[in-house]
Design a protein around this ligand. Structure first.
Ligand SMILES: Cc1ncc(COP(=O)(O)O)c(C=O)c1O
Length: 398
């Protein structure tokens, strides 16, 4: 990967800055869409992994993209305000304000749905729907974790695991006047489990590979049984959603799935360097942030201003950003990525001019956008547009 053209494009730009290389972004976009299309599926982009309206719209226009996976109802309202439709809020909430927004959007004719997995949410939504005379849409969120050898492998999200669990909530929702619009099962222990991480020893990588394979075998049975049972009972599901960037090539082959979700792969942050999947390997980093080199504390050291953009999740070195240009620089063990100062170590530090940029990649996709008001969009080695991030629009959700 030649990053020189990105650095040249940033000449004279106020630092820190975040940039997206549109050519790499568009190639990634087409790789995602081609993967979904080749299995006769559609792609619902996950907005939390993008967090820039212009880039969400760009992805959404792709051939084979359908609907968006939002991460809050307030966000769905903001997207609908911009003319986007078919919005699925994939994370349950019981906030009356979110329910009220769902009702308002539904009343206006927007196709919007909310993930549910509890009687409480179903009861409260149904009461609101009844009071407003609206058929509110819910999507049943299913637990896709793997239970093996007494272990729970995967995320702790939904209690709906068996066909019986799902049918019981689906029927309750229908009886109370809600529309069971779809089903979602996110296999986090596959989509988010890199099996080729440089931070893992070889036996751990093999174990992760085995977990991924065992999970997909188990889900092939359970997911299709759940979907078949729902359809047999007359639930006309608008979609059966699964997957993420890290499982796209596997989830697309599962019976019953009608659409896949992804978002991170458009930027390909560091965490996705840890996957052996040929699909993930085919993706290119498209998002970089640049910090200003401001101090030279000694030979082989350079210190940048800002940079503490550590990713969420269980803490570990894989959640830290990494300097990628110039090559040969590392964070220091003592300071890591600092709130206001990030020292870097390496022989190439000696060749950096103070005031010039150092390029980094973030560990995750959307989160880095919370640190910036605007993104520089690059093409052919120059800035072609500056667009606001969600933060730049004054939008803040979770
Ligand atoms: C429900 C759900 N679907 C899909 C994804 C996949 O997103 P990405 O492709 O950005 O990893 C996520 C990410 O956490 C998720 O929570």
């Amino acid at each position: 990967m030649n990053l020189d053209h990105i650095v040249r494009a940033l000449e004279g730009v106020a630092l820190p800055a975040v940039a997206v290389d549109l050519e790499a972004f568009d190639r990634n976009l087409e790789r995602h869409l081609a993967m979904a299309r080749s299995h006769g599926l559609t792609l619902r982009f996950a907005t939390k992994s993008i967090r820039v309206r212009a880039l969400i719209e760009r992805a959404h226009k792709g051939k084979g993209a359908r609907g968006l996976m939002a991460f809050s109802m307030t966000e769905a309202a903001a997207l609908a305000q911009g003319g986007l439709d078919d919005l699925f809020v994939a994370y349950p909430t019981l906030q009356p304000s979110a329910f009220a927004q769902l009702a308002e959007l539904t009343e206006r004719g927007v196709i919007v749905s909310l993930a549910v997995d509890s009687d409480e949410a179903v009861n409260q939504l149904a009461a609101l729907g009844k009071a407003r005379g609206l058929a509110l849409r819910v999507v049943l969120c299913i637990d896709m974790s793997l239970r093996a050898l007494g272990l729970h492998l995967g995320v702790r999200r939904s209690p709906l695991r068996t066909p019986q669990d799902v049918i019981a909530l689906a029927e309750r929702a229908r009886d109370l006047g809600l529309v069971v619009h779809g089903v979602m099962g996110y296999e986090a222990q596959v989509a988010g489990l890199g099996d080729d991480s440089p931070f893992d020893a070889a036996p751990l990588r093999l174990t992760k590979r085995a977990v991924r394979a065992a999970s997909m075998r188990e889900l092939a049975q359970r997911r299709s049984a759940i979907v078949a049972e729902l359809r047999a009972r007359g639930f006309a599901l608008a979609f059966v959603n699964g997957g993420g960037t890290g499982s796209l090539d596997l989830t697309t082959t599962q019976t019953g799935v009608t659409e896949v979700s992804a978002g991170s792969g458009l930027y390909k942050p560091l965490l996705f360097d840890a996957f052996a999947s040929p699909f993930v390997r085919s993706l290119e980093p498209s998002c970089f942030f640049a910090l200003e080199a401001v101090r030279r504390p000694g030979p082989n050291f350079i210190t940048c201003l800002g940079g503490g953009y550590v990713a969420s999740g269980a803490h570990g070195p894989d959640k830290l950003p990494r300097p990628v240009w110039p090559a040969g620089l590392d964070l220091t063990a003592a300071e890591g990525a600092g709130e206001v100062q990030t020292p870097l170590q390496g022989e190439s530090a000696n060749r950096i001019t103070l005031g010039s940029p150092v390029l980094f990649r973030h560990a995750k996709a959307g989160e880095v956008m919370e640190r910036f008001r605007e993104v520089l969009l690059l093409r052919e080695g120059r800035i072609v547009e500056r667009v606001p991030t969600y933060r730049g629009e004054g939008l803040c959700f979770l």
